[in-house]
Write a protein that binds this ligand. Structure first.
Ligand code: PEP
Ligand code: MG
Length: 897
């Protein structure tokens, strides 16, 4: 008999490694409870339950009963029942997925309160009715919006109206009668909106709240966030049901957030925000201004000392920066959440090395703790400190980077302006989850309220957006679409501002930006060596380089790019696209080749192209002296070098009309018509060109090998590899190889030299994958062209689909990320795996690389390591990222040994 699935877990049944099943929040609550920390009792409903609920549209069999059992034991432990009229047990119902999705899903607090138990709560709180009604109105607002679908703005407005009537801006000035009135208003709003009364039955409240949390997995903003963060759409969320502790019971209570280190810089110290007499999301929502956590020492020394002790214990236990949510209930500290905290890229590198120096982790682990995406962020430019600039405000340095853009004050404008190509900076008093689309579209975010743990700060850091928050000296008026600085500078919608997320500074107008210190370090500038961040990056990179098995090359077509790639650590070129040497002024020569009407004309055109191509290649081989340079013969369809058919036809027609017929134009038009294809990507390109146009590939082979000879004669060590594109069958390769061998012999004789070079092919067609065994017999190396291989495998036109239907595919979760961006492991990846096996079986020393865009994508690099490629090749700027990820891939493999 199969065991029924278990859906609900006590804290004692879980631990921090069960994030898959219990979500990050549930797993870490369990871990803290098991460490003996003060965690309010509760239980966790698993992600498995959520997945089952979402697929069936109803609670899976057994869930409701299991919840009843766990609720019973919670009630026994607490000595009271959910919503018990004279002394109610109240619970919080919180979402918590495997990966943190701050503010994206729902939470309902104070579940179990109703018209009767609110009086019991007041009696138990020493007759504090204000506290009881404050808790009730919070339940109504959260439940009303989250579970019953009432617009949260309606509740917010009612609260604001009441405060206006009472002539105050502070919720704490509302007395019990005001809160009673608010409760009545909220209940009426719920009735008006849903047609039903607010459910008074506590268990019904609990069941509906759990459902709402499950459903919140699929809200628009959660889907958008997951797409942005590349979190798979099918994980589901767990739900923690935890007995309530109250931070809103008076000034000896409060709620706060803390970090064991500064998540922006990595510095050790006391970091966080505290808010007296407040509950739940008040701190992160930035509704009232918080005090720095250090002030808690004066407010409540015992709780502060205990918190410091716990924070140290957590950091040692997790061996990492932890972030924490806590509540003080009438002088008693409770831990509500912890997790390994998000941090900026800069902090990630610094903290990893600090932890090594403290003996908490080793260098292998330090490399695993940072990511290629974080390194990319450190390579962003920063503001030129020598430039003239007008500082108009200083806020908190919530997420680093230097951003220049037009100020916009609402999300829809941010999206619309970004779509038309403007760089925008979203300016708000504070952000909330509804601002997500604007935050995604903006280059940076600026808020006037909220601390480093505010929604704006947390989300911006997660997305790698520059963010300055809590710039309190700015008076932001969203309705008027402007802000005014304390010094009187007015910035209106569309005005350009510059914000520095590393220092928290806000400048009027555009401030010039300069290369990042880390880039300057990669460029070999000595003066940056003493910088602590650069030092951390250098240590991590050196260790990643030692650890990695994959070699890293660059895609580069010019000597400058090649030289830069080499400075960034590339060990050769994996793809030099020779057609890029046919652009610019040389386009007319290619045109002459295409329109040639006789073999003499064709040979003349090729003869003119030859020296140019050779000279370019001499420069590239020189930049990469001693390292392999893979030079690919011309690939794209020839029409790309010709004018547009319609435009040229119109031009010719006008000329004909005027009577000044141009023979050249007529010839050109003939060629354009002849070469016109319905599907050029599937047409005359790659090796097919070399076979159809006599002399073309021979000319290119001559250019490569003459450049090689020139470098040898100059005392260099050129290591060319000639690569044939778009091969489908071995016969194509054999034909081209014959030409190359002939040309090589001629040049060897002309120069009296022995030339050493390899000939290999790209594997970018499914047929080539299937024929990899035969092809390997004729090829010394394969380079996977994953751009074309993805195009040809999915049947997606790489030039069109991303702009056409991909957004719908992403929305529907058909894939979480474009397969052109991150390798589709299950489809294209399996083809590569097959080809590797067949190729290596036929030729054991077959050298294998990848030169599609995926060569610089972290997740794809891990796959290429796994299937045993020898190298990845990517754009020069991504070379350090690829080195780091190749090191991480090797170390991750070892970690799981
Ligand atoms: C590829 O197809 O992956 C590739 C590198 O070639 P190109 O992008 O030039 O077609
Ligand atoms: Mg290609």
């Amino acid at each position: 008999m199969t065991q029924p699935t278990k859906y609900v877990y006590d804290f004692s049944e879980g631990d921090k490694d069960q994030r898959d099943l219990l979500g990050g929040k549930g797993a870490n609550l369990a871990e803290m409870a098991n460490l003996g920390l003060p965690v309010p009792p509760g239980f966790v409903i698993s992600t498995e339950a959520c997945r089952a609920y979402l697929s069936a549209g109803k609670e899976p069999d057994g869930l409701v009963d299991e919840m009843s059992e766990h609720l019973d034991s919670l009630e026994r432990a607490m000595g009271k029942q959910l919503g018990q009229p004279d002394d109610p047990l109240l619970v919080s119902v919180r979402s918590g997925a495997k990966f943190s999705m701050p503010g994206m899903m729902e939470t309902v607090l104070n579940v179990g309160l109703n018209d009767e138990s609110v009086a019991g709560l007041a009696r138990k709180a020493d007759g504090d009715e204000r506290f009881a009604f404050d808790s009730y109105r919070r339940l109504l607002a959260m439940f009303g919006s989250t579970v019953l679908g009432v617009d949260p703005a309606a509740f917010h407005e009612a609260l604001e109206d009441l405060k206006k009537e009472r002539k105050t801006e502070n919720d704490l000035d509302l007395d019990v009668d005001d809160l009673r009135e608010l409760v009545a208003t909220y209940k009426k709003q719920i009735k008006d909106h849903t047609g039903d009364d607010f459910p008074q039955e506590p268990r019904t409240q609990l069941d509906l709240a759990v459902r709402a949390v499950f459903d919140s997995w699929n809200t628009e903003r959660a889907v958008l966030y997951r797409r942005q963060e590349r979190i798979p759409g099918d994980l589901g969320t767990a739900v923690s049901v935890v007995s309530m502790v109250f931070g809103n019971g008076g000034m000896d209570s409060g709620t706060g957030v803390a970090f064991t280190r500064d998540p922006a810089s990595g510095a050790q110290g006391v970091w966080g925000d505290y808010l007296q007499n407040a509950q739940g999301e008040d701190v992160v929502a930035g509704i009232r201004n918080t005090v720095p956590l250090a002030d808690l020492e004066d407010i409540d020394k015992d709780s502060y000392d205990e918190l410091m002790h716990i924070m140290q214990k957590l950091e040692e236990h997790y061996q990492d920066l932890c972030d924490i949510e806590f509540t003080v209930e009438r002088g008693k500290l409770w831990m509500l959440q912890t997790r390994v905290g998000k941090r900026t890229a800069e902090a990630a590198f610094r903290i990893a090395c600090q932890l090594v120096d403290q003996g908490l982790i080793d260098m292998d682990e330090a490399v695993r703790r940072v990511t290629g995406d974080q390194l990319t962020q450190l390579m962003f430019p920063r503001f030129d400190s020598d430039a003239d600039r007008e500082l108009i405000a200083k806020g908190m340095n919530a997420s680093p980077g230097a951003a220049v853009g037009k100020a916009v004050f609402d999300s829809s404008t941010a999206v619309a302006w970004a779509e038309r190509g403007d760089d925008v900076i979203l300016v708000r008093r504070e952000t909330n989850p509804d601002d997500l689309s604007g935050m995604v579209a903006a280059r940076a975010i600026l808020t006037s309220r909220g601390g480093k743990t505010s929604h704006a700060a947390v989300v911006a850091r997660g997305m790698g957006r520059t963010c300055v928050c809590g710039a309190e000296s700015l008076d932001v008026d969203v309705a008027q679409k402007q802000f005014v600085s304390r010094g009187g500078v007015t910035v209106s919608e569309g005005d350009v501002i510059s914000i520095d997320g590393t220092t928290g500074e806000v400048f009027a107008d555009e401030v010039p930006v300069v290369d990042s210190l880390v880039v300057r370090h990669f460029e070999g500038e000595d003066e940056v060596e003493s910088d602590e961040l650069v030092d951390a990056v250098q240590r991590v990179m050196a260790h990643a380089d030692d650890a990695r098995r994959l070699e890293v090359r660059a895609n580069a077509d010019t000597p400058d790019d090649a030289a830069r790639a080499r400075r960034f650590g590339a060990r050769g070129i994996g793809l030099c696209r020779t057609e890029h040497m046919f652009l610019g002024k040389r386009k007319s020569l290619v045109e002459a080749l295409i329109v040639a009407e006789s073999s003499e004309e064709q040979e003349d055109a090729l003869a003119e192209l030859l020296p140019m191509q050779r000279d370019d290649l001499v420069g590239i081989l020189e930049s990469m002296d001693g390292l392999p340079v893979t030079i690919r013969l011309i690939d794209p369809p020839l029409h790309e070098f010709l004018p547009d058919l319609t435009e040229l036809s119109v031009e010719v027609a006008i000329e004909d009309d005027r009577g000044d017929k141009s023979r050249r134009h007529h010839k050109l038009l003939g060629a354009v018509k002849r070469l016109h294809e319905q599907n050029p990507m599937l047409g005359l390109r790659g090796v097919r060109l070399g076979i159809v146009i006599p002399g073309l590939f021979a000319m290119q082979a001559r250019a490569i090998l003459e450049a090689t000879a020139a470098r040898l004669e100059a005392g260099g060590d050129p290591q060319p590899e000639i690569m044939i594109p778009l091969v489908a069958t071995v016969q194509e390769l054999e034909l081209v190889k014959t030409d190359i061998t002939r040309v090589a012999k001629e040049i060897e004789e002309e120069h009296g030299l022995d030339l050493s070079f390899k000939v290999g092919t790209m594997i970018e067609l499914p047929r080539a994958v299937m024929a990899s065994g035969e092809i390997a017999e004729q090829a010394e190396f394969f380079s996977y062209g994953t751009n074309d291989l993805t195009q040809m495998t999915w049947g997606f036109s790489r030039d069109d689909v991303e702009a056409s239907f991909f957004s719908t595919y992403l929305e529907k979760g058909i894939f979480g990320v474009s397969p052109f961006e991150s390798l589709d492991r299950d489809g294209v990846g399996q083809l590569i795996r097959h080809s590797v096996e067949k190729g290596r079986a036929a030729r054991p020393d077959l050298h294998l690389g990848i030169c599609g865009e995926h060569g610089g994508d972290p997740d794809s690099i891990h796959f290429f390591d796994e299937v045993g490629l020898d190298y990845v090749s990517c754009s020069p700027f991504r070379v350090p990222v690829a080195r780091l990820e190749a090191g991480r891939a090797a170390l991750m493999g070892r970690a799981s040994d």
